[in-house]
Ligand binder design. Structure first.
Ligand code: G6P
Length: 611
């Protein structure tokens, strides 16, 4: 999704802004641009379609100098990815705006501005914001109040940054529905869509709240205003994940690096949350214990990969905590007439904590009489975290690859903690609690052992490079793992992949099976294994090529048409966490073989901050 960087600094900001854009590349984008105010009051602008490298080349040919500027990576919503549609958008020669989000009433505003004599040069919704601010500026001659009054006219979601050549040391930022953080420097101030964009210049951040407006000025001055226009104090947080997350280190891609970080981050997700033989319920907050006792049902809402984590959790929560669970994608949930039985806990899952639909679902849920809301999230200070009653951070550290890997497995670890915490207050047998806590402790080591099988998984990937379709099968809690496997494959290798509960095979997808359709099955050693084996026979009988990931204790031999990769034995409840790993690696290797852009697959964004 679009990325924003802005700076008011003691030095030339071109390099800071460019580096910021590179660090935001992971969010997904199709064009980039920058505007810098020169010392002599000129507004310079450069834009390019494609990668930030293309903008960098433009800047190398025509460098910009100045101490104040804004920059942007655009992910097209209104208007194709062309240079004209790339941000910053200008009004006249002196005002520039960058924007992330969608202005829903842009058509009405555009008509009004055209009638007032403004000429539009792009198809974007953003350009109305530039002209609107310009019109108000002509009256007030003050950028802050011009932005304030213009924002009052906007409907929709935005994070934006504005500069004006008349105020050459000022950047105004605002957020409503899309993320924006302020970076606190030494006599310098910055804004960015997320802290990663600014880690090269600071590790201290203010997480702006909904409706906040910020004025950055010379000497590092930062003034934050709330929706009523009053100055407010916002806490300054130190970013704790270090800057390592922003580089690939020894790995070829962020995705591979993040896959290999999983033993460490799963350990981090569990750290301090496991007692001797039970989960520490207080990990969810001091009030969690009393609250969990009152939980009679759970509604889980999320998008994408996070939704798949929720689907796995349903099996766990119903089995071990005995609580009925409903799981739904946020974009559906928020527009439905939801019936909320008494004692229902509302749970959101999100890596970023900024996904527009998930956030809207939380706000919608607030009116529906839920017992409480719990966010399981990876980004401290994100909107979801701030707006939920209870939170559990997944501790995965920044995830850069668009295809989610470590964020997913840490969500699963967190959801198993939730299962056991709720199990405690819902009569789960103490011996089972203790057994699962022990199994969780051993999990990072098992994850390492599975990742060590990488060579074998890479060898399997050659069978996919020429294929156009693939089918993933699983049963029980491994059906969502099959869904996640299919999602990974399509996201990064662009192979059409579908997932089915193996029992559904003969109700349709079997018609597709032939030698051109690889079928991937996850076969842990659980009570559904024998049933799964019969499903696999059905595939073989139709000439389908099978790839089976099976427990080392399962007797399944390789034979022509069946490739088997054995995984270490794991407690049945934790198997989904382990079986997702070979599917991540398989997708990764297929994508590398196909030569796709693994970390930034086409058309996708890391953080979907528009509806
Ligand atoms: C985008 C990302 C996915 C992610 C989904 C939900 O589609 O590309 O990787 O699963 O958003 O994001 P969230 O941050 O809410 O988990």
């Amino acid at each position: 999704m679009c990325g924003i960087v802005g700076a008011v600094a003691q030095r030339n900001v071109e390099g800071i802004l460019l580096e910021g854009l590179k660090r935001l590349e992971y969010r997904g984008y199709d064009s980039a641009g920058m505007a810098v105010l020169s010392g002599d009051g000129r507004l310079q602008r450069s834009r390019a379609v494609g990668k930030v490298a293309a903008l960098e080349a433009c800047l190398a040919a025509e460098p910009m100098t100045g101490h104040c500027g804004i920059a942007h990576t655009r992910w097209a919503t209104h208007g194709r990815p062309t240079e004209d549609n790339a941000h910053p958008h200008l009004s006249g020669e002196r005002l520039a705006v960058v924007h992330n989000g969608i202005i829903e009433n842009h058509e009405v505003l555009r008509e009004e501005l055209v009638a007032a004599g403004y000429r539009f040069t792009s198809q974007t919704d953003t350009e109305v914001v530039a002209h609107l601010i310009d019109r108000d500026y002509r009256h007030s001659q003050d950028l802050l109040s011009a932005v304030q009054s213009s924002l009052a006219r906007l409907e929709g979601a935005y994070a934006l940054a504005v500069v004006h050549a008349d105020e050459p040391d000022v950047v105004i930022g605002a957020r409503q529905g899309s993320p924006l953080v302020v970076g606190v420097g030494i006599d310098e101030a910055f804004i960015g869509s997320d802290p990663l964009a600014l880690l090269q210049v600071t590790d201290r951040f203010i997480y702006l709240q909904e409706g906040d407006l910020v004025r950055l000025a010379d000497g590092g001055r930062i003034d934050v205003y709330d929706t009523s226009g009053r100055t407010v104090e916002r806490e300054v947080d130190t970013f704790e994940h270090g800057d390592g997350a922003a580089s690939k280190g020894e790995y070829r891609h962020f995705m591979l690096k993040e896959i290999h970080e999983q033993p460490a981050v799963i350990a981090a997700a569990l750290e301090g949350r496991l007692g001797d033989s039970a989960v520490l319920v207080e990990s969810f907050g001091p009030e969690a214990r009393a609250l969990f006792e009152r939980v009679q049902q759970i509604h889980i809402v999320a998008c994408g990969t996070s939704y798949h984590a929720g689907l796995v959790a349903r099996y766990w929560l119903e089995r071990y905590a005995g609580v009925p669970v409903q799981v739904e994608v946020a974009s559906e949930y928020r527009y439905r007439q939801v019936v909320v039985p008494e004692g229902t806990l509302f749970v959101t899952l999100s890596q970023s904590g900024e996904t527009a639909d998930t956030l809207a679902a939380l706000r919608f849920a607030r009116e529906k009489g839920y017992l409480a809301s719990l966010a399981i999230c990876n980004v401290p200070g994100s909107s979801l975290v701030r707006e939920s009653d209870l939170t559990l951070m997944t501790q995965a550290g920044p995830e850069i690859g668009v295809a989610s890997t470590k964020a997913f497995t840490t969500q699963l670890a967190a959801l198993m903690l939730l299962t056991l915490a709720l199990g405690r207050s819902h009569g789960l047998d103490e011996a089972i609690q203790s057994e699962l806590v022990n199994a969780l402790r051993g999990l990072p080591r098992l994850v390492e052992r599975v990742l060590a099988l990488d060579e074998g998984i890479e060898a399997l990937s050659t069978g996919f490079a020429e294929k156009h379709h693939a089918l993933f099968l699983g049963r029980g809690a491994h059906f969502p793992i099959a869904l996640e496997g299919a999602l990974k494959l399509k996201e990064i290798s662009y192979i059409h992949a579908e997932a089915y509960p193996a029992g559904e095979l003969k109700h349709g997808p079997l018609a597709l099976v032939d030698s051109e359709m690889p079928v991937i099955a996850v076969a842990p050693n659980d009570e559904l294994l024998d049933k799964l084996k019969s499903n696999l026979q059905e595939v073989r009988a139709r000439g389908g090529e099978l790839y089976v990931f099976a427990d080392e204790q399962v007797s399944l031999a390789e034979e022509p048409g069946i490739r088997v990769l054995h995984l270490p034995h794991v407690h049945e409840a934790l198997a989904p966490l382990l079986y997702t790993l070979p599917l991540q690696l398989l997708s990764y290797h297929v994508a590398v073989l196909k030569g796709t852009d693994v970390d930034q697959p086409r058309n996708l964004a890391k953080s979907v901050t528009v509806e």
